[in-house]
Design a protein around this ligand. Structure first.
Ligand code: URP
Ligand code: ZN
Ligand code: ZN
Ligand code: ZN
Length: 486
């Protein structure tokens, strides 16, 4: 036979096109796109279904210790299975450096966890928390050359945060080496000060977490991160944007022509601070940073997706169980500063956006594909091998039934957080068959592959990471009396 697998008669959608045709797959790649292809060893009937590029989850925390030393509830097996059932074929979690550790050792440790367990393809972003001259001068450049072409830095959390001078060092290193920098932008001292005031007055319930992580703290740090990036002419991605104010900062920078990118997440479209104010400790299930805000913020974030302020939509899956191993590790009634930050969401990221976005007419199907797959691949150096349906691309497909209605129940999900923030929500449109490099990973509601069958992806330099070439007056030798700064 000509093909190993043929997906027949579906509506094949990319970020830019839509056509009803067959997809012919051989040796893990897409080799033909046409009506009524010849025989294949195996067929999938996709009539009446959507055939989309597999989702790429570009922001998730797997087998990662929180800043207070707590392990996420998911390992690479449960997280990648959950991702696959949610229509993903690639995940890019973080390899998080702890201060004093070598970056190379960090990556090797994560690799030892991921390689035997992943059911879909994977790569890692680095988290740089200790930018010593050795790390920035040798380790990071070598790792970037080995295909770890993006990394995240934090402006808050004691164990992770960089100061502004360190941010500049890291950004200028990224510029030189061709890596994409992602930033967690919140003002550390504003969080600390508000937290102290709240705790002093015994305002310690989960809802006060949202008070301590203010909108102003988010937008100030966003503005500052953008200024730091602009000074050294380095592109920058602001991750997990929650508020209208931070969205505006990003938009303003983009309107000036700067290469500033934005990411938002389901928790900022579908949750609000009211969720943190639920009965007893229930609110702890919704504590993440930045926190969910209000309906007005949700609308601003929707607009940001619609108008292209946000290039990507990620889950920020950070699963901590609602018990003494997770959210309640500091006791049954922890004050908010002792509640692990993060919400699960790797399996529902795309169904939620499909149902509330595409089905309800807020975004079209092409935008959906763009922010959940194509742009993720482009941002992180995986395009066009990943993120689209084209001849020569990996055969990474998610076949969606756009009319399938299901009510979210944690019991039907595959992660190990033990709860979902979206319990009871009605969702229309679900992936039913998921194919990664030609392997059927999920079909008939069943996992079809073994742990360890996912592949590590060494990545190219991001096409989004090339400097604009527009130096600030003070870093431009033509305007700073000839000083060589970058
Ligand atoms: O609350 C969150 N988002 N926890 C995960 C870590 C991070 O900052 O992305
Ligand atoms: Zn973060
Ligand atoms: Zn500003
Ligand atoms: Zn995160």
């Amino acid at each position: 036979t000509e093909f190993d697998l043929a997906v027949r008669g579906g509506t094949v959608v990319t970020a830019a096109s839509k056509m009803t045709c067959d997809v012919g797959i051989k040796d893990g790649e897409i080799v033909a796109l046409a009506k009524q292809l010849g025989p294949a060893a195996r067929d999938i009937d996709a009539a009446g279904k959507l055939v989309l590029p597999g989702g790429i989850e570009g922001h998730c925390h797997i087998e990662q210790k929180s800043s207070s030393g707590l392990m996420t509830s998911d390992d690479f097996k449960s997280a990648t299975i959950s991702a696959a059932f949610g229509g993903n074929t690639t995940v890019i979690p973080f390899a998080a450096q702890h201060r004093g550790d070598s970056l190379r050792k960090t990556v090797e440790d994560y690799h030892a966890c991921a390689a035997p367990k992943s059911v879909i393809d994977y790569a890692y972003h680095l988290i740089v928390s200790d930018p010593t001259p050795e790390v920035l001068g040798q380790e990071l450049p070598a790792l970037i050359k080995d295909g770890f072409t993006s990394f995240k830095v934090y402006m808050t959390y004691d164990a992770l945060r960089l100061d502004d001078r360190q941010m500049l060092e890291v950004l200028s290193t990224a510029r030189r080496e061709g890596a994409l920098v992602m930033v967690h932008a919140e003002n550390h001292e504003m969080i600390r000060w508000l937290t102290e005031k709240l705790v002093d007055r015994n305002n310690v319930e989960p809802k006060y977490h949202a008070v301590s992580h203010s909108r102003l703290g988010e937008s100030e740090a966003t503005h500052r991160a953008i200024a730091l990036a602009q000074l050294v002419d380095t592109p920058l991605l602001i991750v997990h944007v929650s508020s209208e104010e931070a969205t505006s900062e990003i938009r303003k920078a983009q309107d000036q022509g700067l290469k500033i990118y934005g990411e938002t997440c389901p928790q900022y479209l579908f949750l609000t601070v009211e969720d943190l104010d639920k009965q007893g400790m229930e609110g702890a299930k919704f504590c993440c940073s930045p926190p969910p805000r209000d309906v007005q913020a949700q609308e601003a974030v929707w607009r940001g997706l619609q108008n292209g302020t946000f290039q990507v939509f990620s889950s920020d899956h950070s699963p901590y169980s609602f018990d003494e191993k997770g959210k309640l590790s500091a006791g049954p009634n922890p004050p908010f500063p002792k509640i692990a930050n993060g919400v699960p969401g790797i399996e529902l990221r795309m169904p939620l956006l499909f149902s509330e976005g595409v089905r309800k007419g807020r975004i079209d199907i092409h935008k959906f594909v763009e922010v959940t797959s194509t742009n993720v691949a482009r941002l992180y150096g995986l395009f066009p091998r990943k993120g689209t349906i084209a001849i020569g691309a990996d055969a990474d497909l998610a076949i969606w039934d756009p009319d399938l209605e299901r009510t979210v129940r944690y019991a039907d999900l595959h992660d190990l957080a033990g709860y979902t923030p979206y319990e009871g929500k009605k969702i229309t449109g679900w992936p039913t068959t998921v194919v990664n490099r030609g392997r059927i990973v999920v079909s008939e509601n069943t996992l079809q592959v073994e742990p360890g069958s996912g592949e590590f992806l060494a990545r190219e330099s991001s096409e989004f990471a090339a400097p604009l070439g527009q130096l600030a007056p003070e870093t431009d030798p033509a305007r700073n009396f000839g000083a060589q700064i970058l």
